[in-house]
Write a protein that binds this ligand. Structure first.
Ligand code: HEM
Ligand code: HEM
Length: 145
């Protein structure tokens, strides 16, 4: 636990600028996607092993809080993919490390250009889902009737 705290504290304290912040974002995104994937594969498997649990999981995912989580997941996947391609390219072409600050800026710019419109679209879907008089904030009860 103390080594985890040390890692977290030093990650924030160390002034590595662009590349360092990209590394933190890449790791958080990778671990976030991994956490989602574990739940996702388990919940998908329930369609076979325990259908009422699967139906309940789908109902829970329609809750606006999970909708916001999906926007975060979309951001994590996009950033991790773009930055992962940057890291892979630099691994193959070490001479490009001279331009590493510029590559970091390009990845963040590309990420924002792609992510912001998608996030606005996803957010508007959540808002319109909640706008038809449905009580979208109510948490579903098990089993789904
Ligand atoms: C919120 C976004 C997502 C939705 C709505 C979604 C939906 C689904 C659905 C409906 C299936 C079942 C497909 C079938 O059986 O024909 C599935 C399977 C799967 N998805 Fe996703 N998915 C999402 C995001 C992701 C992400 C980000 C990953 C990878 C990181 C992923 C990895 C997988 C895998 C590996 C399976 C196969 C699981 C299995 O067969 O047990 N999904 N997904
Ligand atoms: C678009 C596809 C992906 C690409 C191009 C990609 C690329 C990469 C690269 C190049 C690294 C090494 C980073 C480094 O050397 O510092 C990495 C790390 C990692 N990736 Fe991915 N990845 C992808 C998808 C995924 C998915 C789907 C997951 C989760 C299931 C994932 C989880 C991780 C984790 C946990 C790390 C370790 C991060 C760290 O130690 O800081 N990645 N990825």
């Amino acid at each position: 636990m103390s080594s985890l705290l040390l890692t977290l504290r030093e990650s924030v304290r160390y002034r590595g600028r662009g590349g360092h912040y990209s590394w933190i974002a890449h790791r958080l995104a990778g671990l976030g996607i991994l956490a989602f994937l574990v739940i996702h594969v388990w919940e998908t498997a329930m369609v076979n092993y325990n259908p009422p649990v699967y139906e309940y999981a789908i109902a829970v995912f329609k809750h606006p809080l999970f909708g916001l989580g999906e926007i975060g997941l979309m951001g994590a996947v996009l950033f991790h993919a773009f930055n992962g391609i940057r890291i892979t390219l630099l691994d193959f072409k070490p001479e490009w490390w001279r331009h590493q600050a510029k590559t970091v800026t390009i990845v963040w710019a590309l990420f924002l250009v792609v992510f912001v419109p998608i996030a606005i679209y996803m957010l508007s879907s959540i808002i319109s889902h909640c706008g038809h008089g449905s009580n979208c904030w109510a948490f579903p009860t098990y089993p789904v009737s």
